[in-house]
Design a protein. Structure first.
Length: 286
């Protein structure tokens, strides 16, 4: 058992952690307080106690936004996984340090840019006069610009770019912990490279796949700047609806209720993902 003197910085980290936790709890308490207060049109002050804000969440409009958020988050997590797994595999298994360094730099570079900067970069790429349309028009593949802005596909594309670095890092960590003797044993028994990957490498990396997918899903669920700028009001997610209600209509009580419902909904979806992934995680530990 590790003694206290072996961890000299533990006590120094407890106080900042407690302060951050206290501020988070205070913020959540303020949101919950606003969510059960009445909206007074034309006033920034909230009224008395009411549950009408939560009752209004049953409106089909808000239900569609919740479903749209789940769908976009699911697509982002899926496409991020498809793109990140080969990169993580190459990062771990490449023999050349130069190749590893290049892959690592390419994979994590988006983390050094703010979300707004990355989103504006995608506006330049996806716009009607952007890079992709200009290239396709010049080569004669299309005769009119493709509509990529203000679409679900455009939002998902930009969100994949944002979540890709985290997914690569988590998958690389999972792949790096796989004992190479398992793969060599399978190969010595006659399994080809594809079969070794499908029957040994992929199952053993499933804990990293589950963790990375859940992280990408949760991160996307709360995205704001990317769907706001790329979606342009045509693709709404929960965070954008909260912004519109709070800062466009000044309906802070209902915005708070929507935020609280979104938080609960996020935990519920992640819990369901956790239940669905348990068999896969058990498979990956054998």
């Amino acid at each position: 058992m590790t003694s206290a003197p072996d961890r000299p910085f533990l006590r120094l980290g407890i106080l900042p952690a407690l302060i951050c936790a206290g501020m988070l709890l205070a913020s959540l308490a303020a949101i919950l307080n606003y969510s059960i207060r009445a909206y007074i049109p034309g006033s920034l002050e909230a009224g008395g106690f009411t549950l009408d804000n939560f009752a209004a969440l049953g409106n089909p409009l808000y239900a569609r936004v919740f479903l749209s958020t789940v769908w976009i988050s699911f697509l982002t997590a899926l496409f991020t996984l498809v793109l990140a797994y080969p990169l993580a595999y190459a990062l771990v298994r490449a023999r050349s340090q130069l190749v590893k360094s290049a892959i690592l730099i390419i994979a994590i570079t988006p983390l050094f840019l703010g979300e707004v900067v990355r989103t504006y970069s995608w506006i330049i790429v996806l716009g009607n006069n952007g890079f992709i349309n200009a290239l396709l028009l010049k080569t004669g593949i299309i005769s009119a610009p493709l509509q990529m802005m203000f679409t679900t596909g455009g939002v998902v594309t930009a969100l994949v770019h944002i979540t890709l670095p985290i997914m690569v890092i988590m998958l690389a960590a999972a792949l790096a912990h796989i004992d190479g003797n398992y793969e060599r044993a399978a190969a010595s028994l006659g399994a080809g490279p594809a079969r070794v990957f499908l029957t040994v490498t992929l199952p053993l990396s499933l804990p990293g796949v589950v963790a990375g997918t859940a992280t990408a899903f949760a991160w996307t669920f709360s995205a704001f700047a990317t769907p706001q700028l790329i979606g342009g009001g045509q693709v709404n997610m929960i965070s954008n609806l909260v912004y519109q209600l709070g800062f466009a209509s000044f309906n802070f009580p209902f915005a708070a209720a929507l935020s609280a419902a979104g938080l609960v909904f996020t935990f519920a979806v992640l819990w369901l993902l956790r239940l669905a992934a348990r068999p896969l995680e058990r498979l990956g530990t054998h």
